[in-house]
Design a protein around this ligand. Structure first.
Ligand code: HXC
Ligand code: NAP
Length: 281
């Protein structure tokens, strides 16, 4: 889909890049010529992923241990990256924590844990890199992975939902404030894309995953490649006039859940014949 050198020599930080969607996007960026740094808590996982990606792309990928909940550690990452590459072009805020639970069952600590990773972690990275770009007087590009429920809200994942809403609002707010520095901020709102991390915590019973597919108009979950292609476009200079935007990629799932009459999907053709006859009469 892309010219082979579309991201050539771009330095990209991918938080949570050792697993799941972060790994898939990091792989795509590296394939297209980027210098990618992947960071998260588990260094062994990052090292394995970095090696795997390099085997595929022949480009160097740097594994870096980071807990996004610690502001000082985030600043050290920016300093490390600057020393190593002399610049940073793109930040992909992808790290997250989540699990399903009735909200009244959550301890304060459980609530804090998710909010600290998803919201606090994202604004630490965003602020640290924004200050870096502003001081250096260079352009910047931040892409954050939210969810469709960042806009709609959702029960049973409330700490994640309010945090993703915060990340989306941060994206829009800073797009307005930092446009003058030539810093762009956008978000992607994926629907369900199977990953071990999300499926273990959100769809622990296979029956839940089967039901999920039924309510998606395209009757399937997303392919990692489809998300990675969109992320590449947003990370690249081809999206240069886009800022403050969120793009949904969910097979139509959230609209199907929202539209007043979409429940009529369950009506069979012979029932429609009967309804039509009755109404015309
Ligand atoms: C209730 C839970 C819980 C659960 C943890 N806690 N899991 N409470 N139900 N399932 C509580 C603990 O009891 C504890 O509170 C507090 O949360 C902290 O737990 P720790 O295990 O000490 O936290 P930590 O080791 O920091 O791990 C963070 C985590 C974990 C979020 C809990 O799941 C994680 O590491 N997640 C990272 C990967 C991830 O979540 N990926 C999925 C992203 S998917 P107490 O009070 O007992 O001490 C996603 C997709 C959305 O976001 C959309 C899909 C369509
Ligand atoms: P995943 O594989 O579990 O990815 C989450 C990543 O975040 C892991 O690599 C994890 O690595 C990292 N992480 C967690 N806590 C961290 C911390 N404190 N500091 C640094 N890194 C941390 O799940 P995924 O499905 O690929 O999710 C990736 C992103 O897509 C998330 O933002 C998620 O909300 C979003 N999303 C996913 C779906 C889906 O269907 N899969 C749908 C909508 C949105 P460590 O454990 O090594 O720290």
């Amino acid at each position: 889909m892309f010219q082979k050198d579309i991201l050539k020599d771009k330095v990209i930080i991918v938080t949570g890049g050792g697993t799941g969607l972060g790994k898939s996007m990091a792989t795509k960026f590296s394939e297209l010529g980027a210098k990618v740094l992947i960071c998260s808590r588990k260094i062994e996982v990052l090292e394995k992923t970095a090696n795997e990606i390099t085997q595929i792309t022949s480009n160097e990928v740097i594994p870096y241990q980071l807990d996004v909940r610690h502001a000082e550690a985030v600043e050290e990452l920016i300093a490390f990256c600057d020393k190593k590459f002399g610049k940073i072009d793109i930040l992909l805020n992808n790290a997250a924590g989540n699990f399903i639970s009735p909200t009244e069952r959550l301890s304060y600590k459980a609530f804090d844990t998710v909010v600290d990773i998803v919201l606090r972690g994202t604004y630490y990275l965003t602020l640290a890199i924004g200050k870096y770009w502003i001081e250096k007087k260079v352009p910047g590009n931040i892409l954050s992975i939210v969810t469709t429920y960042a806009s709609t809200g959702s029960g049973y994942v409330v700490p994640s939902s309010i945090s993703k809403a915060g990340v989306l609002n941060l994206t829009r707010s800073l797009a307005a404030e930092w446009g003058k520095y030539n810093i762009r901020l956008n978000a992607i709102a994926p629907g369900p894309f199977p990953t071990k991390g999300a499926w273990e915590r959100l769809f622990p019973d296979p029956k839940m995953a089967a039901k999920l597919i039924q309510r998606i108009p395209l009757k399937r979950t997303g392919e990692h490649e489809e998300l990675a292609n969109l992320a590449t476009y947003m990370a690249s200079d081809f999206s240069g006039y886009m800022t403050g935007e969120v793009i949904t990629i969910d097979g139509g799932e959230w609209l199907a859940g929202a539209g007043e009459f979409n429940f009529l999907e369950a009506v069979k053709p012979e029932e429609w014949d009967f309804i039509a006859k009755t109404m015309k009469r």
